[in-house]
Design a protein around this ligand. Structure first.
Ligand code: COA
Length: 379
């Protein structure tokens, strides 16, 4: 170890970093492209539709998307092919093994920002976790590629707990600090969600956006003066088929299923909404109480950014009243659901006005089901 201080065994978040791809798609652009695809499909299949052999596709609507989700736009890595009704998938040309993979590239950008913000020398970082909803390949781990690119010694690995990945990563990193196994851990969440989103599915084509975040979890003894104390972390999982993606290495062993819609993101949105809301509300209240903090004293709630209505219901259930945007900020209107990165972006963009000693709760949830929480105190 290159520092001289005695470690405290107390985890803090020293800094965060964010990378947002330049290109955006508004709801208007998205719906225009989707509806051109629908018109084309219905025209090409007119006979089968008339004969009752094929169901006609229904158009999407800007009003529905905004009302149902709160999303107005999203950033993506490759706009043009997604909006081309003949493609409707991202196109990211294959890279050689000598080039950085896409996830590592955007993860490194977010990580560099977090390192710079904390004034952290990479020689002091012990580990990198790549915590995201999808992995570009099984191995070598993207985390190790990010580690290599940043010049970090120590160890790195990938972990996937869907939209809760970053919070599970934060607890994992915090446990390394608590146990003395590490003093500085980067939790990087590159989310290229455009790759798993079925852009031809009316029920979900508007949901996701691409982005990368990084969180630097460190021992309090080496942290910069301004940081967040991690007062507690909590994780929970309950099996559910309501958010599912069957893409995987055994797909080639079942060629009859290759290319089917279940090899992309699929959800029963209504059921997810109904089942996850009470689980999250319960965690918010019980986690604050477990740590001896009145839930009403939580100055800020940085929640997972999947659906604005869903967050409003979670907060109403937890606090017994509406909770305003100042206390529970929304970023999904500009960015869509950015999977594991969403709650981290809410934190990154909404803390500068907080006073030393104020509490906030980071809470993410998603497929699994999974929920991860971290109760923070601004210092
Ligand atoms: N444009 C216009 N209408 C649409 C549409 C679209 N793109 N997609 C669906 N509709 C229609 C449906 O056909 C349905 O019509 P009907 O009432 O005539 O049958 C109606 O709108 C309602 O559809 P529904 O799917 O029940 O909408 P919803 O209010 O549940 O909203 C979600 C959909 C996905 C926004 C919402 O369920 C959700 O966000 N759920 C939780 C998601 C979540 O957190 N997932 C975690 C991922 S990490």
């Amino acid at each position: 170890m290159s520092h001289n201080k005695t470690l405290a065994g107390r985890p803090v978040i020293s800094s965060t970093g964010l990378f947002t791809p330049a290109e955006t798609i508004t709801n208007e652009e998205l719906v225009d492209s989707f509806n051109r695809y629908v018109e084309r499909f219905n025209a090409e299949n007119a006979d089968a539709i008339a004969a009752g052999d094929t169901a006609a596709l229904q158009p999407s609507s800007v009003e529905f998307i905004e009302k149902a989700s709160g999303i107005k736009a999203r950033h993506v890595m490759a706009k043009e092919p997604i909006l081309d009704p003949g493609t409707m998938e991202p196109r990211l040309p294959e890279r050689s093994n000598e080039e950085l993979s896409f996830m590592a590239e955007i993860g490194v950008k977010a990580a560099r920002q977090a390192l710079e913000q904390a004034g952290r020398d990479v020689a002091d970082v012990d580990a990198v976790l790549c915590a995201a909803s999808n992995m570009e390949r099984p191995y070598p781990a993207m985390a190790i590629e990010i580690q290599q690119e940043l010049g970090i010694e120590g160890f790195a690995f990938d972990m996937n707990v869907a939209c809760s990945s970053a919070t599970f990563g934060i607890q994992t990193a915090a446990d390394y600090i608590r146990s003395g196994n590490a003093k500085s851990v980067l939790v990087v969440s590159p989310e290229i969600t455009s790759g798993h989103l079925n852009w031809r599915d009316r029920d979900s084509h508007f949901i996701f956006g691409d982005v990368a975040t990084a969180v630097l979890v460190e021992d309090a003894a080496i942290a910069p003066d301004t940081h967040w104390d991690i007062l507690g972390t909590r994780l929970k999982t309950v099996f559910s088929n309501n958010i599912r993606n069957n893409f995987g290495f055994l797909n080639r062993a079942s060629p009859e299923g290759e290319g089917k819609a279940d090899k992309l993101f699929v959800q029963e949105g209504r059921k997810v909404f109904k089942e996850v809301v009470p689980m999250v509300a319960e965690m918010i209240v019980t986690e604050a109480e477990r740590l001896g903090i009145d839930p009403q004293a939580l100055r800020r709630l940085w929640l997972h950014q999947a659906n604005a209505r869903m967050n409003a219901m979670i907060l109403k259930l937890a606090f017994g009243e509406e909770v305003g945007a100042d206390r529970a900020p929304t970023v999904l209107d500009r960015l869509g659901n950015t999977a594991a990165a969403g709650a981290i972006i809410a934190l990154e963009e909404n803390h500068r006005d907080m006073k030393s000693g104020e509490y906030g709760l980071l809470c993410a949830f998603g497929a699994g089901y999974s929920i991860g929480g971290a109760l923070l105190r601004m210092m």
